[in-house]
Design a protein around this ligand. Structure first.
Ligand SMILES: Cc1cc2nc3c(=O)[nH]c(=O)nc-3n(C[C@H](O)[C@H](O)[C@H](O)COP(=O)(O)OP(=O)(O)OC[C@H]3O[C@@H](n4cnc5c(N)ncnc54)[C@H](O)[C@@H]3O)c2cc1C
Ligand code: FES
Ligand code: FES
Length: 437
């Protein structure tokens, strides 16, 4: 681990915001990314709305570099719930990073303005970043080039891109029109009142009058200097009170020495979205971040089922279940995994799902009776849960897991197994899931 810390320049917290390097040598580990951005940088577009992951006013783009695949992964997160120490080695883009009055605004800004999609403007920075994330990810896809001035997004994808962003004053029609104006399959006649063209303008002229957008010229979301740090970034745990075990054995050591005693208030953490639901009233002395433990971050598929690491975000679990359902040969498993993935897509908003973990959700359900969609749906398919403690490793059914007394603080969920259901010749399986809201 010392080697890793040395690579980070003494285990300091290093990250980028809109291409600018930040190195924070000491910080209260409970500081959120939102607090840091608004109080210690000039990037104040991010807003504190609900502080609970529900409104999207604080949404930023988080970009991570994968040195093995030489690829950057870009996704939105709620900066009100994201702790600063968890973005070590990452790059953050806010709406200021897309463009400004000096260097020129981004087509997203221009089209939001022209379609009258911003009144008080409180929600607009988060909306712009959510939509930017959708554009960035759409342009990475293979497939035919869109018509000039448009993106690879479809109308339906453009509409969904801002599903986690609430607006209290403009009304969604102009906002959705601004987003749809980028869609390759948009019917331009369908777009509402705007300042780009007068009523009665011809279709061709309308397209030409939209502020230009070139899908092939994307803003770089991950600066080169951060790539040198690679993925081997670990914080100096003592200085930041932030521990990032890289193996189960190391985790067990920390559980034994730091957790469950009267001296230290320790918090096991993955993405901290649980605090959107359960407010934290007292500060913690230390945080133990589970995201660097391979067993908790993997997804394995074999003939027995899909095993999902507890720290895997819901978005990734959805992708893996959908992929698995395409390749599995048993019809029942194909149907079940597809439906579970569809149901998971109804959980929270995209920016919450992008980081919120499967294990964090199940821990909330088990310990606090959280009304979890994940526990409800996986219970119906006889899922199994793998748990590790200081000295024991066991696999039990999800049903038994939920019936047990609340997990103690030294018990960690390692993974959940969604089993393969195989067709019985004499019966037909029916599986439906519902949500009240
Ligand atoms: C706005 C919003 C909307 C939501 N909507 C829904 C919804 O519609 N349906 C639904 O089911 N859920 C919903 N959730 C809950 C969401 O799925 C959980 O907050 C999330 O999955 C928790 O994951 P996390 O990685 O952020 O956990 P964290 O916040 O990091 O941790 C949550 C708790 O679990 C503990 N913990 C975390 N990982 C483990 C582990 N591996 N072993 C033991 N303990 C662990 C932590 O100590 C903490 O107490 C919503 C949440 C928010 C904020
Ligand atoms: S402030 Fe509302 S989601 Fe973060
Ligand atoms: S413009 Fe006021 S909240 Fe959206």
């Amino acid at each position: 681990m010392e080697d890793r810390e040395r690579k980070m320049g003494g285990g300091n917290l290093v990250f980028a915001v809109n291409g600018q390097r930040f190195e924070v040598t000491s910080i209260d580990p409970s500081t959120s990314l939102l607090e840091f951005l608004r109080s210690q940088t000039r990037f104040k577009s991010v807003k504190l709305g609900c502080g609970e992951g529900g409104c999207g006013a604080c949404v930023v783009l988080l970009s991570k570099y994968d040195p093995v695949r030489d690829q950057v992964e870009d996704y939105t997160v709620n900066s009100c719930l994201t702790l600063l120490c968890s973005i070590n080695g990452c790059s953050i883009t806010t709406t200021e990073g897309l463009g400004n009055s000096k260097e020129g605004f981004h087509a997203i800004h221009q089209r939001f303005a022209g379609f009258h999609a911003s009144q008080c403007g409180f929600c607009t920075p988060g909306m712009c970043v959510s939509f930017f994330s959708a554009l960035v990810n759409a342009e990475k896809r293979n497939g035919p080039d869109p018509p000039p001035g448009f993106s690879k997004l479809s109308v339906s994808e453009a509409e969904k891109a801002i599903a986690g962003n609430l607006c209290r004053c403009t009304g969604y029609r102009p906002i959705v029109d601004a987003c749809k104006s980028f869609a390759g399959d948009v019917d331009i006649e369908d777009l509402g009142l705007n300042s780009f063209w007068p009523k009665g303008e011809s279709k061709e002229n309308k397209v030409n009058k939209l502020p230009s957008y070139d899908f092939s010229r994307q803003i770089s979301t991950f600066p080169e200097f951060l790539k040198d740090l690679k993925s081997t970034v670990l914080l100096d745990s003592e200085r930041y009170s932030w521990y990032s075990p890289v193996s189960i054995r190391e985790l067990q050591g920390l559980l034994e020495s730091k957790v469950g005693n009267d001296m230290t208030r320790a918090k096991i953490i993955v993405s901290n979205t649980g605090t959107g639901y359960y407010k934290e009233l007292a500060p913690y002395d230390i945080y133990i971040d589970l995201r660097n433990i391979p067993e908790l971050s993997m997804v394995k598929r074999d003939s027995t089922g899909v095993q999902i690491g507890a720290a895997v975000p819901i978005t990734k679990a959805i992708v893996e279940l959908k992929d698995s359902s395409k390749t599995i040969m048993y019809d029942d498993a194909k149907m079940l995994w597809g439906k579970i993935a569809d149901h998971f897509e109804k959980i929270a908003s995209g920016s919450v799902r992008n980081s919120a973990s499967i294990g964090g959700n199940l821990a909330m359900a088990q310990r606090s009776g959280f009304p979890s969609d994940i526990a409800t749906v996986l219970l119906a398919v006889d899922a199994l849960v793998e748990i590790v403690t200081v000295s024991k490793w066991e696999t039990i059914t999800l049903e038994e897991f939920l019936e047990r007394p609340p997990l103690d603080s030294r018990s960690i969920i390692v993974s959940v197994m969604v089993p393969t259901w195989k067709q019985e010749s004499h019966c037909k399986l029916m599986f439906k899931t519902y949500r009240a809201a």
